[in-house]
Design a binder for this molecule. Structure first.
Ligand code: ZN
Ligand code: ZN
Length: 350
């Protein structure tokens, strides 16, 4: 079974053909997130360059699904992670990918290669352990009610996982429940070094984090991200939170405009130059009195401190939590049933 992956779209795709592989130059990863960057990547399978109507080009890689998965699990997590984590990841990435192949997320290919779908960074970070994990779980998927599960996952839940409707459609997905996760509470630096890829290791404060903005900074960020001038931001009021505490409805009150926004990803996107780690945060508003030297009177300004938890949408498997479970000796079947309640492991019909 082959999957078609859109690797990148650019004005002009630069590539180098090797004997059995090809190298794509300047592939952008972490698009819109805080680890956004470019790197050259090498791929197996075939390359197709599509010319788009707007004059850009898209590089599409067609590759066997199981080979794709070897790369996905070593792009999402470090290929030197504990074997049971890699196996758990192979199962959920396979389940998710098969659903995406049945109902593609993109025009002309099934999935993209970045965090929007699943990370697929070619052969760059892959090793024989990733191949071993994929082979050991070959064809295995998670099922619920005779249907392959839409296995969502993210880096760190922050202490409790989230339900579907906080992030996406207003439906109940029975195997995506809110579960307490103490595993990601205080992972040892040794485990983090082992399970996270180089660029993810730059993010240190993902479980409990804090960002502070002046009202002016926040107004500018929201204006540039939304295209709407809210004026000076006066307040951020959480109207509703999901089961973990992630906000899915937030009222932004400005001097010129007031609007309720949601769900979790939009909130994260609008309140940061890149994207907030998560929408699980408390808002602490305070006054600051600044007295510029050339003025007789002080100026009163608001400061917004967002004190948050977790990294990612929080629905489904917590990658850091699962990594800790694996390092403590839990088998992959147990890791999967912890984060996807009621789902069963099954082998795909050929
Ligand atoms: Zn995508
Ligand atoms: Zn967790």
């Amino acid at each position: 079974m082959n999957i078609r992956v859109g690797i990148l779209t650019a004005p002009h795709i630069e590539f180098e053909q090797r004997a059995n592989t090809f190298i794509l130059k300047n592939v952008r990863i972490g698009i819109g997130f805080h680890w956004d960057r470019h790197e050259d990547q090498e791929f197996a399978g075939t390359l197709e360059i599509r010319n788009n109507a707007d004059g850009t080009q898209t590089a599409i890689n067609t590759i066997d699904l199981e080979d794709y998965l070897c790369s996905v699990i070593s792009s999402e997590m470090n290929a030197n992670s504990p074997m049971e984590l890699l196996k758990a990841h192979a199962v959920i990435s396979r389940s998710w990918a098969i659903r995406a192949m049945q109902k593609p997320n993109h025009e002309g290919f099934h999935v993209c290669a970045d965090d929007h779908c699943q990370r697929y960074e070619g052969l760059l970070r892959m090793n024989e352990r990733a191949v071993e994990a994929v082979n050991a779980t070959r064809g295995q998927v998670l099922m619920y009610d005779n249907e392959i599960c839409d296995c969502r996952y993210y880096k760190c839940c922050g202490g409790r996982t989230e339900i579907w409707r906080t992030c996406w459609e207003d439906i109940d997905v029975p195997y995506i429940q809110s579960v307490q996760c103490d595993y990601c509470k205080s992972p040892s630096p040794k485990v983090l070094r082992l399970v996270l890829n180089d660029y993810d290791q730059e993010t240190k404060d993902f479980r409990d984090w804090s960002v502070t903005y002046t009202a002016e900074e926040l107004s500018e960020i929201i204006r540039s991200k939304s295209g709407i001038d809210f004026g000076e931001i006066l307040d951020l009021i959480p109207l509703h939170r999901g089961a973990s505490g992630r906000i899915d409805s937030l009222k932004i009150v400005g001097t010129k405009h007031t609007e309720v926004i949601g769900k979790e990803l939009k909130i994260r996107y609008l309140l940061s130059k890149s994207c907030l780690y998560s929408s699980w945060f408390e808002v602490k508003k305070s006054f600051q009195l600044s007295i510029p030297s050339d003025r007789a009177f002080g100026q009163r300004t608001f400061t917004f401190q967002l004190n948050g938890h977790g990294w990612g949408h929080g629905a489904g498997l917590c990658q850091i939590g699962a990594a800790v479970m694996a390092s403590e000796g839990h088998p992959y079947e147990e890791i999967l049933s912890y984060y996807y309640r009621g789902a069963v492991l099954d082998k795909m019909a050929k």
